[in-house]
Write a protein that binds this ligand. Structure first.
Ligand code: SIN
Length: 554
């Protein structure tokens, strides 16, 4: 059983605003900026503004900007990558707004890289894209530029920021018509060590969850330390369903720095393969030859699975190197340094020069395709609650997100919902406080490595019934150790959130008896028509996990 509220000291202060935004990446700041002209907007971030995934995005933003490209091509590439679970109407809306969102960022001051003529924006290609349509900045520092632009614009527009403040749980009330409606959020202020300074209630007429994904639930990830599933866990505790959470995208080319490497690892952007780099195994054989018509530019679920299978085969054969493969971009020569300065820096840190050396890489967790069910306008099943960006599941990504569609989705959704909130807000409701929840207690952060290890050993790129059962048993045993004696702190709150998310992912992955997109089961190697549907996971009033949407006969 999982906790339905995060233990914390009693609240000692209150704030009231029109709109509270939880999270400060592209989605949250786009929403805050768009709502701000006519609303009081408070952005709450557990660290500082730029601590989330947006800053680390290398590739860029996908959008149709080249005359030879078309919206239909972008729709079709997205839907193909999504492996039968995209909502095509939503994809079409996103793709139509994508070029506008890129031009909007440019009007806010984002500097995207120009092409060789200097007159147009440079467009690159990534896995699964049939055309060059990714705008980038600083070579491979695209996310940094988006974050910088939105940070500056939001602060200049008067958005208030509360840093080092952790969103614990939603406050919920009832509207005049009796419907449940969000009333605000309970938050904990932190010192620089992550210890609790105080707890408060922020009441608001709208709450926007934009706290990103849950890459840190795995032992090795491209995601920064802050990406701990806080939004998904918060929604589950509030009784909301989360959808498609089994579809965790593993990036095929995360820099491999040793078998013991843990936590955030440097990404080697798919744009490197977009510029012609090729994957080889340690024996010098090409990994992607004959696997997919697009070879090294196949969608990333295909590439990650092919690398994982190749490494398993080499392991069986007793090969000396079987825990990583190599990305060869040496054809770019010194041009690599200029085009990919961030990756160059990461390579130099491990003593290699990508202009002349192959880069050691292996798949690692990268993006959560599922999350809180929401529309492209951010609306969720709870009145007044909105979700945007990686924390949400809008139907754009389906079973596998197309590269560089995520920043685009974050800006489009965030801006749309912020504009809607500028126009109209729900009436204020008073929060209702229930009796103490049935399950309390926090996870001792010392046990978090066990959760991550279980996820990486048993729920990674390739899964099967027995690996998922092992993960389920290990994580359930850890959940039984939730303890009221554990001190509230950012570490114990994050650990408890990650445990909650791990439980949800394992439950959905165990139920989905097929392979589709980035959910690959070795015991069910193919997609099954009956499974062309999504699973919702929710917590009941006792903190037990329930699934809905599992098709009869599956
Ligand atoms: C990359 O640059 O390979 C990552 C881009 C993305 O995840 O969309």
């Amino acid at each position: 059983m999982l906790p339905l509220s995060l233990s914390a000291p009693d609240p000692s202060w209150e704030r009231d605003v029109d709109v509270v935004v939880l999270g400060s990446g592209a989605a949250g700041l786009s929403a805050a900026l768009a709502a701000r002209p006519v609303r009081s907007v408070l952005v709450i971030t557990k660290d500082e503004l730029a601590a989330g995934s947006t800053t680390w995005a290398q590739g860029g933003l996908a959008g149709v900007l080249h005359p030879e490209d078309s919206l239909e091509h972008h729709v079709s590439d997205t839907v193909t990558a999504g492996a039968g679970l995209c909502d095509e109407a939503v994809v079409r809306e996103l793709v139509t707004e994508a070029p506008k969102s890129i031009r909007y960022l440019m009007r806010l001051g984002a500097a995207f890289d120009p092409d060789e003529t200097g007159d147009e924006i440079a467009l690159t290609r990534e896995g699964g894209h049939s055309h060059h349509r990714i705008v980038h900045s600083g070579g491979d520092r695209s996310g940094l530029e988006v974050q910088r632009t939105l940070d500056q614009s939001a602060v200049a527009a008067g958005v208030e920021v509360m840093s080092r403040t952790f969103a614990l749980d939603l406050l919920v009330g009832r509207a005049a018509d009796g419907e449940r409606q969000v009333a605000g959020v309970r938050v904990g202020s932190l010192d620089t060590q992550g210890q609790v300074v105080s707890v408060g209630h922020v009441t608001a007429r709208a709450v926007v969850i934009a706290c990103g994904g849950y890459g840190q639930v795995f032992a090795s990830t491209s995601n920064p330390p802050a990406v701990t599933g806080d939004g998904v866990a918060l929604a589950l505790r509030a009784g909301l369903p989360v959808t498609d959470v089994e579809f965790v995208q593993f990036h095929p080319t995360v820099m491999w720095t040793g078998a013991d490497a843990r936590g955030q690892q440097a990404l080697v952007s798919e744009a490197v393969r977009g510029e012609g780099a090729i994957l080889y195994d340690a024996e010098g054989e090409r990994v992607m030859k004959g696997v997919h018509p697009l070879e090294d530019l196949a969608p990333r679920d295909v590439v990650a699975a092919a690398i994982t299978r190749r490494m398993a085969r080499l392991r069986e054969q007793g090969a000396e190197v079987s825990d990583h493969v190599y990305l060869d971009a040496t054809h770019l020569g010194d041009r690599f340094h200029e085009r990919f300065p961030g990756i160059t820096e990461a390579c130099r840190a491990i003593g290699i020069d990508p202009a002349v050396d192959r880069i050691p890489v292996a798949p690692a967790s990268h993006y959560a395709c599922g999350g809180i069910r929401a529309g492209l306008d951010g609306r969720t099943g709870l009145r007044g609650l909105f979700a945007a960006g990686e924390v949400s599941r809008t139907g754009v990504h389906g079973a596998n997100r197309l590269a560089s569609n995520s920043l685009t989705e974050s800006v489009v959704t965030g801006t749309r919902l912020g504009r809607d909130l500028a126009w109209e807000l729900p009436d204020r409701v008073e929060p209702m406080f229930d009796a103490a929840p049935v399950v309390t207690g926090l996870l001792d952060p010392a046990r978090l490595p066990e959760v991550r290890s279980a996820m990486s050993r048993h729920v990674a790129v390739l899964r099967d019934a027995s690996s998922l059962a092992l993960a389920g048993d290990e994580v359930a045993a850890i959940a039984r150790s939730l303890d009221r004696g554990v001190d509230p702190s950012v570490q114990s709150w994050e650990s408890t959130n990650l445990l909650t998310v791990a439980t949800a992912v394992i439950a959905a992955a165990s139920a989905r008896t097929e392979s589709r997109g980035c959910h690959r089961r070795t015991d069910f190697a193919d997609p099954r028509d009956v499974w062309r549907t999504s699973i919702d996971v929710r917590l009941d009033a006792a903190g037990r996990v329930h699934l809905s949407g599992v098709p009869p006969g599956a």
